[in-house]
Write a protein that binds this ligand. Structure first.
Ligand SMILES: [Zn+2]
Ligand SMILES: [Zn+2]
Length: 370
């Protein structure tokens, strides 16, 4: 289930960076597990909230996805959403593809201050940094957004080196034990935090946490293990997606040096305006113009729906501005395609500016009746 990070920190949605920091400090001091009355679970939650809200980028994403997707069943909450994410990834992986920020941990905040402690539940060995997240924008048609579409995106991004497969050593070159950390991959450090001096374990910078260094650097990537590469990603944009919503593809961002971990790819969808349709949630709106006589007598008129042409019955005595609802003819719901919105047809009346003599006479004849 999605969490309300603002509520967790007891702050307002418009809170400033300073207010966020203050709220976090107060709560972190209160709930830190090493303190009397501490609460590890609560502390983790507070930290998670802080990780996201203190970073303007992540905060913007959270604000966007939170409000959008909470209505759809939450971040990885409903089954529909899981299916959606699996679909979005083209069926591969899927295991950890749901929408969360769980990969952020205490290490990001205190530079590893809590790294060695039991408090954070952090993995034993500090790892090298993770690759950057990428955001790309795609434009789709009104109907493509309604029913879903596949796209192939071309990206140029930092990827693991083809030659050394990311480890940075020339193929065949032997690995030496790192002299700085003596092969441990990590070194002890004392850091000052607002909780006092803390002994911490951080990744060794000489070997970037690997404990070993290749004797010869890979010539292809200069030893970094990454290089810029053109790649293409196939993505399934799910039906029902709305303008401005984004799809997260876990592990399709940039690679970090030395197999440090891959960032995520966010694909933000923009819907091209349609000449007849507008959209409100999953409902579609369109307009038709009918003649004065059709309004009075009723008629069957041809209209366009997102499923194609259809016939609309105009009831006798229809008034200008009347709205006719076509149930379940709207956009399929995101993650729940069996449910659809409605299509609302707004009726406009066409009043003739010029009349033939015969038409004028006929109207004059019945004027008193109308
Ligand atoms: Zn290489
Ligand atoms: Zn080292």
């Amino acid at each position: 289930m999605s969490k309300d990070y603002y509520k967790l920190l007891g702050i307002d949605k418009n809170a400033t960076t300073d207010e966020i920091k203050k709220a976090f400090k107060r709560l972190a001091l209160q709930f830190h597990p090493d303190r009397p009355g501490g609460d590890e679970k609560k502390f983790k939650e507070i930290n998670e909230a802080y990780q996201v809200l203190s970073n303007s980028d992540k905060r913007a994403k959270y604000d966007q996805f939170g409000s959008d997707f909470e209505q759809q069943g939450g971040f990885g909450g409903g089954a529909g959403w899981e299916d959606f994410m699996r679909a979005a990834r083209g069926g591969q992986g899927g295991g950890n593809s749901h929408f969360d920020f769980g990969d952020l941990d205490l290490g990001d905040l205190f530079g590893g201050a809590f790294g060695g402690g039991a408090a954070s539940g952090r993995r034993g060995r500090p790892s090298a940094s993770r690759g950057r997240d990428i955001q790309v924008d795609v434009e789709v048609d009104f109907k493509e957004a309604a029913f879903g579409v596949e796209r192939e995106l071309s990206l140029r991004k930092q990827s693991a080196c083809d030659v050394c497969r990311g480890h940075g050593g020339e193929p065949g070159s032997k690995l030496d034990t790192c002299p700085t950390c003596k092969g441990q991959g990590q070194v002890m450090q004392v850091q000052r935090t607002f909780l006092g001096a803390m002994q911490t374990v951080v990744a060794c910078t000489n070997c970037e946490g690997r404990g070993q260094k290749p004797e010869k650097k890979c010539k292809h990537c200069g030893g970094s293990g990454v290089h810029a590469k053109n790649t293409s990603v196939k993505i399934k944009i799910p039906g029902g997606i709305d303008n401005g919503q984004a799809i997260k593809l876990t592990g399709h961002g940039e690679a970090a040096p030395h197999n440090g971990g891959v960032g995520d790819l966010y694909v933000r969808v923009h819907i091209r305006p349609h000449k007849n349709f507008t959209r409100e949630g999953f409902d579609v709106h369109s307009h038709i113009e009918i003649s004065f006589a059709e309004a009075v007598l009723g008629a069957h008129v041809k209209i366009e729906t997102i499923d194609g042409p259809a016939e609309l019955k105009i009831p006798e005595g229809t008034e200008a501005g009347q709205v006719i609802r076509l149930k379940n003819k709207g956009v399929p719901e995101l993650g729940r395609p069996s449910a659809r919105g409605d299509h609302y047809v707004h009726v406009k009346l066409r009043v003739p500016k010029k009349l033939s003599k015969a038409a004028r006479q006929a109207l004059e004849n019945i004027k008193n009746e109308l």
